[in-house]
Design a binder for this molecule. Structure first.
Ligand code: TRP
Length: 367
């Protein structure tokens, strides 16, 4: 007889009966921009009522590329939480998870690493793109590709149904789905033919989670060429002043000469209209723009600037309240107060997983 006992907090204090969401950000930098907003943040804010949400700061992942920059990782961690609060992620309704305070994630990472072929991790297109974009060559740490396995554990520790992410994360979610399915089959007796939606019903521990990609999968930067990105210098940040926002929008070039010249309705200006104006207004502008119906780029830019500023103004105001050491302290307190709630869920997952793996040797409690 096993005396393996469930963790003390088996009934999560946060349990709401709602399906769960988990998603997160890596604190390699702070300063979220409009690409993050339309790619993922907007979904997070909107889904907080319908779902029990867990938002994770992947600070351990930051060590995979900047292990020696401890002070910076710490600052960025606090900065990310401030970004979240300013866009409207609500710590009263949602749980903020600091990855390094959740030991179950690190443990699950080990077990999951055994369920993934080495080459599948190394051929993960998101990992490959990052090695290219960050110029990591062949000098990256062993831990760098490991983060993709870790991300499976970030997600599955909370057994969510939905993972709201930008398009660039799709490969990671695919891997996570493979791990969840494999675990359910290997350790929980779920048959090979059981469709993934029915894994839990068939005895699996892990729901096989789905990615939820944002309304705008890939927002171009103001250069009109690349994806919006801090490192490419083409981003509009959520903290930019109203004046800077308008200035940046005004910099957009389309090559169009006059308001009566039929414009390209797929150019960057029109893409921004689709992303930030109402659907009806964007459709009308596109029609007139394409027809050269007396609508100038300058006019469009003005209207866009105003719409974006209307979106950002409440965020700027909330952000201003979090400035300085007082704000830092408040964020630290918040993170600490949420650790228990997060561990309640993650420890329960670990308990179930180890039991399924016949590793039910001893109980433990993490406060
Ligand atoms: N890798 C993600 C990014 O760079 C951040 C992340 C870490 C994440 N763990 C996660 C996202 C779990 C979703 C789910 O954006």
């Amino acid at each position: 007889m096993s005396s393996y006992a469930p963790p003390a907090m088996t009934t999560p204090t946060t349990s709401t009966g709602r399906p769960r969401i988990l998603t997160g950000d890596t604190p390699t930098s702070t300063g979220l921009h409009l690409g993050h907003w339309v790619g993922s943040l907007e979904n997070r804010v909107r889904l907080q009522d319908e779902y029990e949400c867990y938002f994770l700061v992947a600070n351990m992942h930051a060590f995979t590329t900047m292990a020696e920059k401890t002070e910076q990782i710490r600052e960025n961690t606090i900065g990310i939480v401030k970004d979240w609060l300013s866009v409207g992620l609500d710590p009263e309704r949602s749980v903020f998870v600091l990855q390094t305070e959740i030991p179950a994630i690190a443990e699950l990472t080990w077990y999951f690493a055994m369920l993934l072929p080495f080459n599948r991790v190394m051929n993960n297109p998101t990992i490959k793109t990052e090695i290219d974009m960050k110029g990591l060559g062949d000098t990256y740490s062993f831990g760098f590709p490991m983060y993709a396995v870790g991300q499976c554990a970030d997600i599955l520790a909370f057994r969510p149904e939905l993972v709201p992410v930008g398009e660039d994360q799709e490969a990671h979610i695919e891997m996570c789905r493979a791990v969840a399915g494999k675990f359910n089959q290997v350790y929980c007796g779920v048959g090979n033919r059981v469709p993934v939606e029915e894994h839990v019903k068939a005895g699996g521990i892990f729901p096989v989670p789905r990615a939820k990609i944002g309304r705008v999968a890939r927002l171009p930067g103001i250069d009109g060429i690349n994806k919006m990105s801090k490192s490419l210098g083409n981003a509009i940040f959520l903290t930019d002043s109203a004046k800077d926002v308008q200035k940046k929008i005004n910099k957009i070039t389309t090559g169009r000469q006059s308001p009566t010249e039929p414009g390209d309705v797929n150019n960057i200006l029109m893409k921004f209209c689709e992303a930030f104006l109402t659907e009806e207004r964007a459709a009308e502008l596109k029609r007139r723009y394409g027809a050269g119906d007396n609508i100038g780029d300058g006019h469009v830019k003005q209207e866009l600037g105003e719409a974006i500023n209307a979106l950002l103004e409440p965020m700027r105001q909330r952000r201003a309240k979090l400035d300085g050491p007082e704000g830092d302290r408040m964020v630290m307190d918040l993170i600490r107060s949420h650790v228990r709630k997060a561990n309640a869920v993650a420890e329960e997952t670990l308990y179930l997983a180890k039991k399924a793996m016949k590793l039910d040797f001893g109980a433990r409690t993490i406060g």
